[in-house]
Design a protein around this ligand. Sequence first.
Ligand code: ADP
Length: 384
Amino acid sequence: MDRVTDTKTPSVEAVRAALSGVRDPEIHRPITDLGMVKDIQVHPDGGVSVGVYLTIAACPLRDRITQDVTTAVAAVPGVTSVRVDLDVMSDEQRAELRRSLRGDAAEPRIPFSEPGSLTRVYCVASGKGGVGKSSVTVNLAVAMAARGLSVGIVDADIYGHSVPRMLGTTDRPTRIEEKMIMPVQAAGVKVMSIGMFTPGNTPVVWRGPMLHRALQQFLAEVFWGDLDILLLDLPPGTGDVAISVAQMLPTAEILVVTTPQQAASEVAERAGAIALQTRQRLAGVIENMSWLELPDGTRMEVFGSGGGAAVAESLSRSLGAEVPLLGQIPLDPRLRESGDTGTPLVLTDPEAPAAAVLREIATRLSTRARGLAGRMLSVTPAGR
Ligand code: ADP
């Protein structure tokens, strides 16, 4: 009897049920929920043809979708062959998709600033460039993703925008609809970078309003899905971006990266003190390039010592709330190399001392209790 059941021509329902297990690789929802299944035909010989709508014609993931659909349908008992025909959504279908993903709001809103958002947002700031802010951002993000969290990075460092390279990607985001952009995915992290919109290495003069608009777009028009953590790599200093971010993401917390050097820590302090004006919470200070471990085990303090602790103490005093020194990351040529080759150290060499500290900080930041403690409550007039 079983054999008779197995060789029976499969039903359209059984094929549809199998397709509900196929997720769009960018949107991460079942293709059956996204209006992507155009039709299903089951032939008497057990052959199945599935028509699939791609969101856009140049969908970079068309092979992956074809493969996933084929595998899922081939596993249905009685299916002898699978054919996948790709088509492209019409403008109306795309608009419908956007509505089903983000509701009917006329203007896209920033999901992370909505009341009830469960995403923790960290802005990684530094006083000056070259202290390792991007390296820290990338490794923290990848370490958090490796813990099973859904993590996004917004690379808003107009001067550096090195995040895509450090993650090993040259991909560009996919625009699905006028106000719907799919972020790039690399090393298990979703990422959008200012650098993805500048051709080659061309320097772009970003004026304040342009930057504000780009950030708004990154936060509101990009489909991030349900993120546990969003990290923003801010430009060094205390400029326009920090202010824009504070307006757009009032609940974001600030992480300050500094080196041990006195001069660096003074400017880092200023970057952190921005939180006083914006009434954001300071999650802590990370000291990078703390020492170089020599072959005999001694530590050479290349950039002096004490900068991280000094910044944490001084910020604690000015804010009247404890700002912890979250960790001290040693100098390690492997950290630089892994950045240059796009293979984050926390993945390639998780036991290296620098990687171990970064992983520890990632764990601490992803498991901290949320809440309003330590944050000044800001009351913003309605209509912002
Ligand atoms: P920022 O974002 O602050 O400008 P980067 O993360 O781009 O800084 O780091 C500047 C340079 O220093 C990069 O080449 C990076 O690989 C290197 N670097 C950062 N941290 C370390 C470290 N702990 N050990 C060795 N090299 C590091």
